[in-house]
Design a protein around this ligand. Structure first.
Ligand code: FAD
Length: 348
């Protein structure tokens, strides 16, 4: 049985600490429960939204008029030199577990907050590494057909902060297999500790933010790339220039809209300094985009995901008409019975 709550505030489930309530909220304690919740959303004609660690999510002030499902299953196991982890596993926990097992390949991901499912969807990465590099397959649940399917790496379309699962929100990441290399546990632990120390030195983990708000854009202008390289004494990576550097070029550090502010420590971190509203964050983001475009000619694009804004939620489960008035979901908390019935092939 899965418990469905009503009118649940979402802000406490996000690192931004922003956002209104979910009309319905439930925690999926297993892949099967996740499937039953999606089936329930479909039966009731509800939109659904997914939540992992909430560390890359901006929730609307009005909340979400549908069912928010928190992915709360996170078993991690070793299979030879690989790790198979479920979507709700804490990413840094997986990194520590890999080190304890003497498995190398994810050290650079240490300290990235959030869960494995969110990391796979956004191909999270840091310090030159990303999860897509070690992910050999992903198990996903198709929210439309309610079938599980395995996607080998070549079908996952990993790119910079991108994957098939981001582009096709109807595919919910359930688990992933990380192909690692055996090594000295002590040395791997040292590398993990070095990554964590490097992150801690930037002092950013305690800000209420979603990490980098904008993606690092591909820059066409060789003059701008040259300016970045001589200013920062580092090479541009794959033609990308850090969004934070561009925001600095526009002189926007500490810029505020209400309680939302560009961090003084990192210009690509927008922070909630108190009781910031999502509207304030969005206004600040628009202002930044406009001014960066004016100063550098570059159009920034958000890395953060949005929930509860028009056009931002995953599409309603397809093929299901909205329920007629009067057939509203029951009051909460409600127990959803398990149902092992499969979706009809016609809907696949
Ligand atoms: C202080 C700080 C530092 C950060 N540093 C980095 C960094 O160095 N590198 C980096 O890449 N990111 C960084 N981030 C951003 C964030 O941690 C990552 O994007 C993380 O992978 C998001 O995972 P999550 O579980 O919190 O996802 P959530 O925020 O819960 O969700 C993000 C999106 O993924 C969807 N989603 C969640 N779970 C699933 C699933 N199982 N299947 C399909 N879709 C799903 C959600 O619906 C939402 O659209 C940072 C964030 C913070 C707050």
């Amino acid at each position: 049985m899965t418990i469905l709550q009503e009118n649940t505030p979402l802000a406490p489930f996000t690192s931004f600490g922003i956002g209104g309530p979910a009309r319905y909220f439930a925690q999926a304690g297993s892949a099967d429960e996740l499937r039953e919740l999606l089936r329930y959303a479909r039966q009731k004609g509800l939109d659904y939204g997914l939540l992992g660690g909430g560390t890359n999510l901006l929730v609307s002030d009005r909340g979400f008029d549908g069912l928010v499902i928190r992915v709360a299953f996170g078993e991690v196991r070793r299979v030879g030199d690989a790790i198979e982890a479920q979507a709700g596993a804490d990413l840094t926990g997986v990194v520590h577990q890999a080190a304890a097992w003497g498995l190398s390949g994810v050290e650079s991901l240490a300290g990235i907050p959030g869960m494995l499912g969110g990391a796979v969807r956004g191909n999270a990465g840091a310090y030159g590494g990303c999860i897509g590099e070690v992910c050999s397959s992903v198990r996903a649940l198709n929210a439309r057909t309610l079938d599980f399917a395995d996607f080998p790496r070549e079908e996952c379309r990993f790119g910079y902060r991108d994957s098939r699962f981001k582009r096709e929100p109807g595919l919910v990441v359930v688990a992933a297999r990380l192909e690692l290399a055996p090594g000295s546990a002590a040395e791997i632990r040292e590398r993990v500790a070095a990554t964590l120390a490097r992150r801690a030195a930037r002092n950013l983990q305690c800000e209420r933010s979603v990490g980098s708000f904008f993606m690092n854009p591909l820059v066409q202008d060789p003059g701008l790339i040259g300016r970045f390289e001589s200013d920062q004494k580092v090479r541009s990576r794959d033609g990308r220039v850090p969004a934070g550097w561009l925001i600095d070029q526009a002189g926007l550090r500490n810029l505020r809209v209400g309680a939302a502010m560009v961090s003084n420590l990192h210009a690509n971190y927008l922070i909630n300094t108190g009781e910031a509203r999502a509207e304030e964050v969005l206004s600040l983001a628009s202002l930044i985009k406009e001014r960066v475009r004016a100063a550098t000619g570059v159009q920034l694009q958000e890395e953060v995901s949005c929930l509860g804004f028009p056009g931002a939620a995953p599409p309603p489960v397809q093929g299901v008409p909205a329920q007629p008035a009067g057939d509203s979901p029951p009051a909460s908390p409600t127990a959803i019975p398990r149902n092992s019935e499969k979706a009809s092939p016609k809907e696949a």
